[in-house]
Design a protein around this ligand. Structure first.
Ligand code: FMN
Length: 252
């Protein structure tokens, strides 16, 4: 898969719909986070009830499809689900529109963790491996991970690539602020990574690329400045094209 620059719009639940994504100059936009089954959607309703934004749809898959019909760019869909079925159905849908499925092993809102999605998967890697193995037979697969935990990230990431991941999206957050470039450097030796956290200007983005990430993603900076990606394209490094080797394994 070819991308015309190294810039990625990172998922923002309740914000990254097709209309918002289509406006961005990033070569890859991540729709969602969406919720693919009843339990994860109930968790989203509970999160909304305490004042956070989420996409809430009566029919989760139809809600996702309505956005896919409108997207006009290279895209991924960031998704949470309590069931394997939810990931598989989303993968079929995303693949039929030519996108990437991004399994959310990142979200730490307690409602989602209780529903066995988001960060729960980081601490239950066997479940995550099973999801990736099966989903990657259907669609190009990425996993969004959060750094900052006492986890053997190199081991985890090696296994995720073996199971069929084409890319890992690493929120290399340092608990008290900033980006763990050393984590990015180690994981990027294993496979294609999108570096994330605190990409706020050209220098911070270029640092992540120099650490080995092939692409860099931003979320909060885009909320602060609607022209963020346009400005980042003034960087020679960030505006370079990049190719992601994709692995969609058809084992049937
Ligand atoms: C309003 C908001 C909603 C978010 N929703 C999601 C989400 O649904 N899924 C996800 O993987 N990350 C989500 N994130 C995390 C971002 O994608 C990103 O990893 C994080 O904000 C760090 O990147 P930044 O420093 O560029 O903001 C969200 C962030 C924000 C600010």
């Amino acid at each position: 898969m070819k991308f015309e620059n190294r810039l990625v719009l990172s998922a923002m639940a309740g914000i990254n719909n097709a209309e918002f994504c289509n406006r961005q100059k990033a070569s890859l936009v991540i729709l969602g986070g969406f919720n693919a089954d009843k339990n994860s959607m109930d968790a989203a309703r509970a999160v909304v009830a305490r004042g956070r934004k989420e996409f809430v749809f009566d029919d989760p898959l139809l809600g996702i499809e309505m956005e896919l019909r409108k997207i006009r760019k290279n895209f991924a869909v960031n998704v949470r689900s309590s069931t394997l079925e939810g990931y598989l159905e989303t993968a079929k849908l995303v693949d039929s529109y030519g996108g990437i499925i991004e399994i959310n092993a990142h979200c730490r809102q307690p409602e989602f963790v209780l529903a066995r999605c988001g960060e729960w998967l980081l601490f239950n890697p066997e479940k995550l491996f099973e999801i990736v193995e099966k989903v990657s037979r259907i669609a190009i697969t990425a996993v969004k991970l959060r750094g900052g935990h006492r986890i053997d990230y190199e081991r985890l990431c090696t296994k995720l690539f073996e199971k069929g991941c084409s890319a890992l999206h690493i929120d290399a957050m340092i608990p008290n602020g900033g980006c763990d470039l050393f984590l990015l450097q180690r994981v990027s030796k294993i496979g294609f990574t999108i570096g994330n956290n605190s990409f706020v200007d050209r220098e911070s983005g270029e640092r992540m690329i120099r650490s080995g990430a092939k692409m860099v993603s931003a979320a909060r900076a885009v909320l602060r400045d609607a022209n963020f990606f346009e400005k980042m394209l003034e960087s020679r490094i960030l505006s370079e094209p990049v190719v992601m080797e994709t692995k969609t394994v058809n084992w049937s």
